[in-house]
Ligand binder design. Structure first.
Ligand code: DGJ
Length: 389
């Protein structure tokens, strides 16, 4: 048994022994990576691209409620609750689509990658998510805000927006701003050439969207040790990531933001901080198909971010023998860390990389993959296939 397997069974044991409710009722359910994960009603957990928080003694899992056919949002954002991170009860719809014609969240819009965080100052649960307006494919590229007094909702939709309209990244000096303003996206008929990439790095799409606001698609929210919240998103046609500071109520942007890996084409940002170091694990951009993960590290949320190799290693023993260089067939959604175990006295001993194995023909049947993150001696994350959560 390797160290992580030992540690997983220790967590399982601690869940079994410390969580009186769960242990009285039954042994917590094991979930097999690469297979359907059933809730307490025996139905596959329909919560994709989401995240988990703990509030009181309960874990809440939020995610996209995906239809069996098609990809537009028909229901909204699901929420499940659990006493032990294993037995999940369907709590219904946290944020429902609107039936009102013309609403930003009208049924048939696209709600993706919802992330819920608790704001201790306002005592509200705040949800940020990627929103595409009905009938406009993926061109709106907005972030949306919703809020609730309770973890299971109903969340009230507040608004959707592009980000940082009319504002330069905080470390872009006047000279660099001038260079960005000299670029011209309509002059580039052919993408993916070296000269085109150089223009992207100068800020060609940043400048194109400067007035109306930057695009925001795949996204996550990160709360730092000092309680400040940050929105991290795929912007500029999914070519460049943006990290933007949120206001104290988490319902707006302060205007301070920066770029990460301009032109690097990163999606599905997942972040955690350990011993003062930030780790960001992303995917490439290949639609629903898996690709090789990318990893970045920094000593500050504002960078500079250094790109490393993918953290995924090991045998291709998992889902359909998908190899480590295809993220075992999955795409990340969240890294659960610094959360207390059911006993509330200790914290999860390792981060959990939460990911989706997308099933584009039947998105509701997309699978869940949770893998523990190990660390090499120098503290670099390593992720191997593990059969069960
Ligand atoms: C990849 C993204 O990560 C998903 O959230 C989703 O937007 C798909 N692309 C759509 O093709």
């Amino acid at each position: 048994m390797n160290a992580i397997a030992k540690s997983l069974s220790l967590v399982a044991l601690s869940i079994i022994s410390i969580q009186p409710v769960a242990s009285k009722q039954s042994t917590p359910t094991d979930h097999t990576n690469g297979q359907l994960w059933l809730d307490t009603n025996g139905e596959h957990i329909n919560a994709h691209g989401g995240n988990i928080i703990k509030h009181g003694d309960t874990y809440y899992w939020y995610g996209e409620n995906r239809p069996n056919r098609g990809f537009t949002t028909q229901v909204g954002v699901s929420v499940y609750s659990s006493p032990n991170l294993r037995d999940w009860t369907n709590e219904g719809v946290a944020l429902a689509v609107s039936e009102e014609h013309g609403s930003d969240i009208e049924r048939g819009c696209i709600m993706e990658r919802p992330k819920v965080v608790y704001n201790p100052k306002t005592k509200k649960f705040v949800m940020l998510f990627h929103l595409e307006l009905k009938g406009r494919g993926y061109e709106a590229a907005r972030v949306a805000f919703a809020e609730s007094d309770t973890p299971t909702g109903p969340f009230r939709f507040i608004r959707s927006t592009r980000v940082n309209a009319g504002i330069w990244p905080f470390d872009m000096d006047k000279k660099a701003q001038k260079v960005a303003q000299s670029t011209n996206p309509s002059a580039w008929k052919h993408w993916w050439t070296a000269p085109w990439r150089a223009e992207v790095e100068k800020g060609m799409y940043l400048w194109r969207d400067f007035k109306d606001g930057q695009m925001s698609r795949d996204m996550t929210v990160f709360i730092d040790d000092d309680g400040k919240a940050y929105h991290i998103t795929s912007s500029q046609e999914n070519l460049t990531l943006l990290v933007s500071e949120l206001t104290d109520d988490f319902l707006d942007f302060t205007g301070k933001y920066n770029t990460i890996a301009p032109g690097g084409q990163n999606e599905a940002p997942c972040i955690f901080k350990r011993n003062g170091t930030y780790w960001l694990i992303c995917s490439g951009c290949t639609g629903w198909a898996p690709n090789e993960a990318r990893m970045f590290t920094s000593q500050s949320i504002w960078g500079p971010w250094k790109q490393l190799h993918s953290p995924f290693v090991g045998e291709a023993t998992g889902y359909r023998n998908m190899p480590a260089n295809k993220t075992f067939g999955a795409q990340g959604t969240y890294i659960l860390y610094n959360v207390s175990l059911p006993d509330n006295t200790s914290t999860l001993p390792y981060p959990i990389f939460m990911a989706d194995i997308w099933n584009p023909r039947h998105l509701s049947q997309s699978l869940h993959l949770w893998l523990p993150i190990e660390f090499s001696e120098d503290g670099t994350p390593i992720i191997r296939w593990t059969d069960k959560w």
